[in-house]
Design a protein. Structure first.
Length: 392
Protein backbone atom coordinates (compact mmCIF):
# COMPACT_ATOMS: atom_id res chain seq x y z
CA UNK A 1 0.00 0.00 0.00
CA UNK A 2 1.38 3.41 -0.97
CA UNK A 3 1.25 6.11 1.65
CA UNK A 4 1.38 9.85 0.91
CA UNK A 5 2.78 12.30 3.42
CA UNK A 6 1.66 15.70 2.20
CA UNK A 7 3.48 17.47 5.01
CA UNK A 8 6.81 16.57 3.42
CA UNK A 9 8.38 18.97 0.95
CA UNK A 10 10.23 16.35 -1.06
CA UNK A 11 8.85 13.12 -2.44
CA UNK A 12 11.55 10.44 -2.61
CA UNK A 13 11.67 8.35 -5.77
CA UNK A 14 14.04 5.37 -5.44
CA UNK A 15 16.30 4.74 -8.40
CA UNK A 16 18.15 1.62 -9.39
CA UNK A 17 20.11 2.94 -12.30
CA UNK A 18 23.15 1.12 -13.69
CA UNK A 19 23.67 3.13 -16.87
CA UNK A 20 27.30 3.77 -17.67
CA UNK A 21 28.70 7.18 -18.33
CA UNK A 22 28.75 7.29 -22.15
CA UNK A 23 32.02 9.25 -22.23
CA UNK A 24 33.81 6.69 -20.07
CA UNK A 25 32.35 3.85 -22.14
CA UNK A 26 33.54 5.50 -25.37
CA UNK A 27 37.02 5.95 -23.88
CA UNK A 28 37.22 2.30 -22.88
CA UNK A 29 36.04 1.25 -26.33
CA UNK A 30 38.73 3.40 -27.94
CA UNK A 31 41.65 1.63 -26.25
CA UNK A 32 43.22 -0.12 -29.22
CA UNK A 33 45.17 -3.35 -28.80
CA UNK A 34 47.05 -2.86 -32.06
CA UNK A 35 48.35 0.50 -30.86
CA UNK A 36 49.22 -0.96 -27.45
CA UNK A 37 51.20 -3.75 -29.08
CA UNK A 38 52.97 -1.40 -31.48
CA UNK A 39 54.12 0.82 -28.60
CA UNK A 40 55.20 -2.25 -26.60
CA UNK A 41 57.23 -3.53 -29.54
CA UNK A 42 58.82 -0.11 -30.06
CA UNK A 43 59.93 0.46 -26.45
CA UNK A 44 61.22 -3.11 -26.10
CA UNK A 45 63.35 -3.00 -29.24
CA UNK A 46 61.35 -5.39 -31.39
CA UNK A 47 60.80 -2.70 -34.02
CA UNK A 48 62.65 0.51 -34.82
CA UNK A 49 61.52 3.97 -33.80
CA UNK A 50 61.98 7.35 -35.45
CA UNK A 51 63.23 10.00 -33.03
CA UNK A 52 64.12 13.45 -34.26
CA UNK A 53 63.92 12.24 -37.83
CA UNK A 54 66.47 9.46 -37.20
CA UNK A 55 65.60 5.74 -37.24
CA UNK A 56 67.01 3.84 -34.27
CA UNK A 57 66.21 0.90 -31.99
CA UNK A 58 65.66 0.97 -28.22
CA UNK A 59 67.77 -2.05 -27.28
CA UNK A 60 67.89 -1.51 -23.51
CA UNK A 61 66.19 1.04 -21.27
CA UNK A 62 68.46 0.48 -18.30
CA UNK A 63 69.64 3.79 -16.85
CA UNK A 64 73.24 2.95 -17.76
CA UNK A 65 72.48 2.31 -21.44
CA UNK A 66 71.98 4.75 -24.33
CA UNK A 67 68.53 3.28 -24.98
CA UNK A 68 67.29 4.96 -21.80
CA UNK A 69 67.87 8.44 -23.26
CA UNK A 70 66.51 7.31 -26.62
CA UNK A 71 63.31 6.08 -24.97
CA UNK A 72 62.92 9.39 -23.12
CA UNK A 73 63.06 11.26 -26.44
CA UNK A 74 60.69 8.75 -28.06
CA UNK A 75 58.11 9.30 -25.27
CA UNK A 76 58.53 13.07 -25.56
CA UNK A 77 57.90 12.96 -29.30
CA UNK A 78 54.80 10.79 -28.85
CA UNK A 79 53.29 13.14 -26.28
CA UNK A 80 53.96 16.14 -28.50
CA UNK A 81 52.44 14.37 -31.51
CA UNK A 82 49.20 14.00 -29.52
CA UNK A 83 49.14 17.75 -28.93
CA UNK A 84 50.18 17.91 -25.29
CA UNK A 85 52.25 20.31 -23.28
CA UNK A 86 55.17 18.22 -21.99
CA UNK A 87 57.25 18.67 -18.86
CA UNK A 88 60.10 16.68 -17.32
CA UNK A 89 62.26 16.44 -14.22
CA UNK A 90 65.94 15.62 -13.90
CA UNK A 91 67.24 14.00 -10.74
CA UNK A 92 70.30 12.14 -9.51
CA UNK A 93 73.09 11.76 -12.05
CA UNK A 94 71.20 11.03 -15.27
CA UNK A 95 67.59 10.40 -14.22
CA UNK A 96 64.82 12.01 -16.28
CA UNK A 97 61.09 11.50 -15.81
CA UNK A 98 58.58 12.92 -18.26
CA UNK A 99 54.87 13.69 -18.34
CA UNK A 100 52.20 15.20 -20.57
CA UNK A 101 49.62 17.59 -19.17
CA UNK A 102 45.87 17.76 -19.86
CA UNK A 103 44.59 20.71 -17.83
CA UNK A 104 41.33 20.17 -15.93
CA UNK A 105 38.36 22.39 -16.63
CA UNK A 106 37.33 22.76 -12.97
CA UNK A 107 40.28 21.67 -10.80
CA UNK A 108 43.41 22.55 -12.79
CA UNK A 109 45.68 22.28 -9.75
CA UNK A 110 44.51 18.84 -8.60
CA UNK A 111 45.94 16.26 -11.02
CA UNK A 112 45.02 12.64 -11.51
CA UNK A 113 48.24 10.86 -12.47
CA UNK A 114 48.27 7.75 -14.65
CA UNK A 115 51.78 6.40 -14.75
CA UNK A 116 54.33 3.67 -15.36
CA UNK A 117 58.12 3.54 -15.59
CA UNK A 118 60.21 3.41 -18.74
CA UNK A 119 63.56 2.25 -17.33
CA UNK A 120 64.27 -1.46 -17.38
CA UNK A 121 66.41 -4.33 -16.17
CA UNK A 122 68.84 -6.03 -16.45
CA UNK A 123 71.83 -3.75 -17.02
CA UNK A 124 72.78 -5.27 -20.35
CA UNK A 125 73.09 -3.96 -23.89
CA UNK A 126 70.06 -6.03 -24.94
CA UNK A 127 67.28 -6.01 -22.36
CA UNK A 128 63.74 -5.65 -23.73
CA UNK A 129 61.95 -5.23 -20.33
CA UNK A 130 58.69 -5.73 -22.21
CA UNK A 131 56.36 -6.63 -19.35
CA UNK A 132 58.30 -4.70 -16.68
CA UNK A 133 57.42 -2.05 -17.58
CA UNK A 134 57.14 -1.69 -21.33
CA UNK A 135 53.52 -2.74 -20.88
CA UNK A 136 52.81 0.13 -18.46
CA UNK A 137 54.70 2.60 -20.64
CA UNK A 138 52.66 1.57 -23.69
CA UNK A 139 49.42 1.89 -21.69
CA UNK A 140 50.29 5.43 -20.52
CA UNK A 141 50.98 6.43 -24.13
CA UNK A 142 47.69 4.87 -25.18
CA UNK A 143 45.90 6.76 -22.42
CA UNK A 144 47.39 9.99 -23.74
CA UNK A 145 46.22 9.16 -27.27
CA UNK A 146 42.69 8.12 -26.27
CA UNK A 147 42.06 11.02 -23.89
CA UNK A 148 43.57 13.74 -26.07
CA UNK A 149 40.22 15.08 -27.29
CA UNK A 150 38.26 14.67 -24.05
CA UNK A 151 37.81 17.24 -21.30
CA UNK A 152 37.88 16.44 -17.60
CA UNK A 153 37.19 18.31 -14.39
CA UNK A 154 40.57 17.34 -12.93
CA UNK A 155 43.91 17.77 -14.64
CA UNK A 156 45.45 14.52 -15.91
CA UNK A 157 49.20 13.91 -15.92
CA UNK A 158 50.39 11.09 -18.16
CA UNK A 159 53.65 10.36 -16.34
CA UNK A 160 56.41 7.89 -17.15
CA UNK A 161 59.09 7.67 -14.49
CA UNK A 162 62.77 6.88 -14.83
CA UNK A 163 64.86 4.76 -12.43
CA UNK A 164 62.01 2.86 -10.81
CA UNK A 165 64.37 -0.07 -10.83
CA UNK A 166 66.79 1.89 -8.67
CA UNK A 167 64.79 2.66 -5.56
CA UNK A 168 61.73 4.27 -7.20
CA UNK A 169 63.97 7.27 -7.72
CA UNK A 170 62.00 9.10 -10.42
CA UNK A 171 58.59 8.97 -8.76
CA UNK A 172 60.15 9.71 -5.37
CA UNK A 173 61.75 12.89 -6.73
CA UNK A 174 58.40 14.00 -8.21
CA UNK A 175 56.32 13.22 -5.10
CA UNK A 176 58.87 14.94 -2.87
CA UNK A 177 58.83 18.08 -5.02
CA UNK A 178 55.01 18.16 -5.00
CA UNK A 179 54.89 17.68 -1.25
CA UNK A 180 57.52 20.34 -0.61
CA UNK A 181 55.45 22.81 -2.64
CA UNK A 182 52.28 21.84 -0.70
CA UNK A 183 50.65 20.88 -4.00
CA UNK A 184 47.57 18.69 -4.19
CA UNK A 185 47.33 15.38 -6.05
CA UNK A 186 43.81 14.04 -6.57
CA UNK A 187 45.03 10.49 -7.09
CA UNK A 188 47.57 8.20 -8.75
CA UNK A 189 46.97 5.06 -10.84
CA UNK A 190 50.29 3.28 -11.40
CA UNK A 191 50.63 0.48 -13.96
CA UNK A 192 53.61 -1.85 -13.56
CA UNK A 193 53.71 -5.20 -15.37
CA UNK A 194 50.20 -5.66 -16.78
CA UNK A 195 50.66 -8.17 -19.62
CA UNK A 196 51.49 -11.57 -18.07
CA UNK A 197 48.75 -14.13 -17.43
CA UNK A 198 50.12 -17.61 -18.03
CA UNK A 199 47.03 -19.52 -16.90
CA UNK A 200 44.41 -17.31 -18.58
CA UNK A 201 42.47 -16.79 -15.35
CA UNK A 202 42.34 -12.99 -15.86
CA UNK A 203 43.31 -12.36 -12.23
CA UNK A 204 44.90 -8.99 -11.51
CA UNK A 205 45.74 -7.07 -8.37
CA UNK A 206 45.00 -3.53 -7.26
CA UNK A 207 47.23 -2.61 -4.34
CA UNK A 208 45.91 0.00 -1.93
CA UNK A 209 46.09 0.96 1.73
CA UNK A 210 44.40 3.44 4.09
CA UNK A 211 46.58 6.35 2.99
CA UNK A 212 44.80 9.56 1.95
CA UNK A 213 42.11 8.56 -0.60
CA UNK A 214 43.87 5.40 -1.85
CA UNK A 215 40.96 3.15 -0.92
CA UNK A 216 38.54 5.41 -2.79
CA UNK A 217 40.73 5.13 -5.89
CA UNK A 218 40.74 1.33 -5.54
CA UNK A 219 36.94 1.36 -5.16
CA UNK A 220 36.75 3.33 -8.42
CA UNK A 221 38.89 0.74 -10.20
CA UNK A 222 36.68 -2.06 -8.88
CA UNK A 223 33.53 -0.21 -9.93
CA UNK A 224 34.81 0.46 -13.45
CA UNK A 225 35.75 -3.20 -13.85
CA UNK A 226 32.24 -4.27 -12.83
CA UNK A 227 30.09 -1.56 -14.37
CA UNK A 228 31.83 -1.56 -17.75
CA UNK A 229 32.26 -5.34 -17.99
CA UNK A 230 36.04 -5.21 -18.44
CA UNK A 231 36.43 -8.90 -17.59
CA UNK A 232 39.30 -8.80 -15.08
CA UNK A 233 39.05 -10.99 -11.97
CA UNK A 234 40.23 -8.16 -9.76
CA UNK A 235 41.69 -8.86 -6.33
CA UNK A 236 42.30 -6.06 -3.84
CA UNK A 237 45.52 -6.19 -1.80
CA UNK A 238 45.09 -4.03 1.30
CA UNK A 239 47.56 -3.18 2.69
CA UNK A 240 49.31 -3.34 -0.65
CA UNK A 241 52.94 -3.89 -1.47
CA UNK A 242 55.42 -1.02 -1.78
CA UNK A 243 57.62 -2.32 -4.60
CA UNK A 244 56.55 0.12 -7.33
CA UNK A 245 56.11 3.84 -7.95
CA UNK A 246 52.75 4.21 -6.19
CA UNK A 247 54.65 3.79 -2.89
CA UNK A 248 56.49 7.07 -3.50
CA UNK A 249 53.13 8.83 -3.23
CA UNK A 250 52.05 6.88 -0.16
CA UNK A 251 55.28 8.04 1.47
CA UNK A 252 54.03 11.63 1.09
CA UNK A 253 50.42 10.89 2.10
CA UNK A 254 49.03 11.08 -1.43
CA UNK A 255 46.36 8.64 -2.60
CA UNK A 256 47.64 6.01 -5.03
CA UNK A 257 47.07 2.46 -6.23
CA UNK A 258 49.09 -0.10 -8.18
CA UNK A 259 47.60 -2.00 -11.10
CA UNK A 260 49.57 -5.20 -11.66
CA UNK A 261 49.18 -8.76 -12.90
CA UNK A 262 48.73 -11.57 -10.37
CA UNK A 263 52.24 -11.38 -9.00
CA UNK A 264 51.10 -13.21 -5.86
CA UNK A 265 50.33 -16.52 -7.62
CA UNK A 266 51.41 -16.19 -11.27
CA UNK A 267 54.74 -14.36 -11.28
CA UNK A 268 56.41 -13.74 -14.63
CA UNK A 269 59.50 -16.04 -14.79
CA UNK A 270 61.10 -13.67 -17.32
CA UNK A 271 61.20 -10.84 -14.76
CA UNK A 272 64.46 -8.84 -14.98
CA UNK A 273 65.94 -11.18 -17.58
CA UNK A 274 66.82 -10.81 -21.25
CA UNK A 275 63.78 -12.93 -22.12
CA UNK A 276 61.20 -10.42 -20.83
CA UNK A 277 59.87 -10.11 -24.37
CA UNK A 278 56.62 -9.12 -26.05
CA UNK A 279 56.21 -12.64 -27.41
CA UNK A 280 55.18 -13.77 -23.90
CA UNK A 281 52.39 -11.22 -23.52
CA UNK A 282 48.87 -12.48 -22.93
CA UNK A 283 47.46 -10.03 -25.44
CA UNK A 284 43.73 -10.15 -24.52
CA UNK A 285 44.67 -9.76 -20.85
CA UNK A 286 46.96 -6.81 -21.62
CA UNK A 287 44.10 -5.16 -23.48
CA UNK A 288 41.74 -5.61 -20.52
CA UNK A 289 44.26 -4.22 -18.05
CA UNK A 290 44.89 -1.14 -20.16
CA UNK A 291 41.16 -0.59 -20.68
CA UNK A 292 40.54 -0.90 -16.93
CA UNK A 293 43.35 1.45 -15.91
CA UNK A 294 42.49 4.08 -18.51
CA UNK A 295 38.77 3.84 -17.77
CA UNK A 296 39.39 4.23 -14.05
CA UNK A 297 41.58 7.26 -14.72
CA UNK A 298 38.81 8.84 -16.77
CA UNK A 299 36.25 8.12 -14.05
CA UNK A 300 38.42 9.55 -11.30
CA UNK A 301 39.24 12.67 -13.34
CA UNK A 302 35.47 13.10 -14.00
CA UNK A 303 34.42 13.78 -17.62
CA UNK A 304 33.52 17.43 -18.00
CA UNK A 305 30.06 18.35 -19.25
CA UNK A 306 29.83 22.00 -20.39
CA UNK A 307 27.07 23.74 -18.51
CA UNK A 308 27.14 21.18 -15.71
CA UNK A 309 30.51 22.02 -14.24
CA UNK A 310 31.25 23.79 -11.01
CA UNK A 311 31.88 27.49 -11.39
CA UNK A 312 31.28 30.65 -9.45
CA UNK A 313 27.65 30.93 -10.53
CA UNK A 314 26.93 27.35 -9.47
CA UNK A 315 28.67 27.89 -6.14
CA UNK A 316 26.29 30.77 -5.38
CA UNK A 317 23.14 28.95 -6.49
CA UNK A 318 23.62 25.82 -4.41
CA UNK A 319 25.16 25.52 -0.94
CA UNK A 320 26.22 22.23 0.63
CA UNK A 321 27.48 21.74 4.16
CA UNK A 322 29.39 20.15 5.72
CA UNK A 323 31.67 19.26 2.83
CA UNK A 324 33.38 16.78 3.18
CA UNK A 325 30.45 15.04 4.82
CA UNK A 326 30.12 11.85 6.84
CA UNK A 327 26.42 11.73 7.73
CA UNK A 328 23.83 14.46 7.19
CA UNK A 329 24.31 16.74 4.18
CA UNK A 330 22.45 20.06 4.21
CA UNK A 331 21.46 21.39 0.78
CA UNK A 332 20.14 24.93 0.20
CA UNK A 333 19.27 26.79 -2.99
CA UNK A 334 17.56 30.00 -4.13
CA UNK A 335 15.79 29.29 -7.42
CA UNK A 336 12.97 26.91 -8.22
CA UNK A 337 13.94 23.35 -9.13
CA UNK A 338 11.88 20.24 -9.81
CA UNK A 339 14.34 17.46 -8.99
CA UNK A 340 17.38 16.75 -6.85
CA UNK A 341 19.86 13.98 -7.72
CA UNK A 342 23.02 12.49 -6.25
CA UNK A 343 25.36 11.09 -8.90
CA UNK A 344 28.52 9.08 -8.33
CA UNK A 345 31.77 9.40 -10.30
CA UNK A 346 30.71 6.75 -12.79
CA UNK A 347 27.61 8.72 -13.73
CA UNK A 348 25.15 6.56 -11.79
CA UNK A 349 22.16 8.24 -10.19
CA UNK A 350 22.29 6.83 -6.66
CA UNK A 351 19.54 9.05 -5.24
CA UNK A 352 16.75 11.06 -6.85
CA UNK A 353 13.77 13.01 -5.53
CA UNK A 354 11.11 15.24 -6.98
CA UNK A 355 10.93 18.64 -5.27
CA UNK A 356 7.42 19.80 -4.47
CA UNK A 357 5.85 22.84 -2.75
CA UNK A 358 8.72 25.09 -3.90
CA UNK A 359 11.16 23.78 -1.31
CA UNK A 360 14.51 25.57 -1.03
CA UNK A 361 16.37 23.23 1.32
CA UNK A 362 16.82 19.55 2.04
CA UNK A 363 18.83 17.26 4.31
CA UNK A 364 20.19 14.02 2.86
CA UNK A 365 21.59 11.23 5.05
CA UNK A 366 24.78 9.91 3.41
CA UNK A 367 25.97 7.76 6.32
CA UNK A 368 25.29 4.51 4.41
CA UNK A 369 26.96 5.63 1.16
CA UNK A 370 30.45 4.55 0.11
CA UNK A 371 33.32 6.97 0.49
CA UNK A 372 34.12 8.96 -2.62
CA UNK A 373 33.24 11.93 -4.76
CA UNK A 374 29.60 12.64 -5.68
CA UNK A 375 27.76 15.37 -7.55
CA UNK A 376 24.59 16.99 -6.22
CA UNK A 377 22.37 18.13 -9.09
CA UNK A 378 19.36 20.43 -8.96
CA UNK A 379 17.30 20.19 -12.15
CA UNK A 380 14.51 22.23 -13.71
CA UNK A 381 13.81 21.05 -17.26
CA UNK A 382 17.01 21.54 -19.26
CA UNK A 383 18.52 23.79 -16.59
CA UNK A 384 20.66 22.37 -13.85
CA UNK A 385 23.28 23.34 -11.30
CA UNK A 386 25.88 20.91 -10.01
CA UNK A 387 28.22 20.89 -7.05
CA UNK A 388 30.75 18.34 -5.86
CA UNK A 389 30.74 16.78 -2.42
CA UNK A 390 33.19 14.39 -0.80
CA UNK A 391 31.80 11.58 1.34
CA UNK A 392 34.33 10.41 3.93
Amino acid sequence: MRKYFYSLLILFIPFSVSAQNPTIQAIINSVNIDTLMLRSNEVSGEVAVVVGGVTDTIKSRNRNRPGNELCFKYIRDKFISYGYQVDSMTFGVNGKSIWAIKTGMVYPNEPVIICGHYDGMPNLSDAPAADDDGSGTAAVLEAARVLANEDFEYTILFAIWDEEEYGLAGSAAFATAYDNANDTIHGVINMDAIAWDSDNDSIARVHTRPTANSEIIADTVVAVNTDYNIGIDLQVNNPGATYSDHASFWNHNYGAVLMIQDWDNDANPHYHTVTDEVQYFNIPYFHKMARLSIGATAAFAVPYAPGAGIGEETEERIKLYPNPVHGLLNIKWQEEYKMIQLVDMLGKIVYSSMIIHEAKNFTLDLSSYHQGVYMVKLINGHQQVVKKIIKN
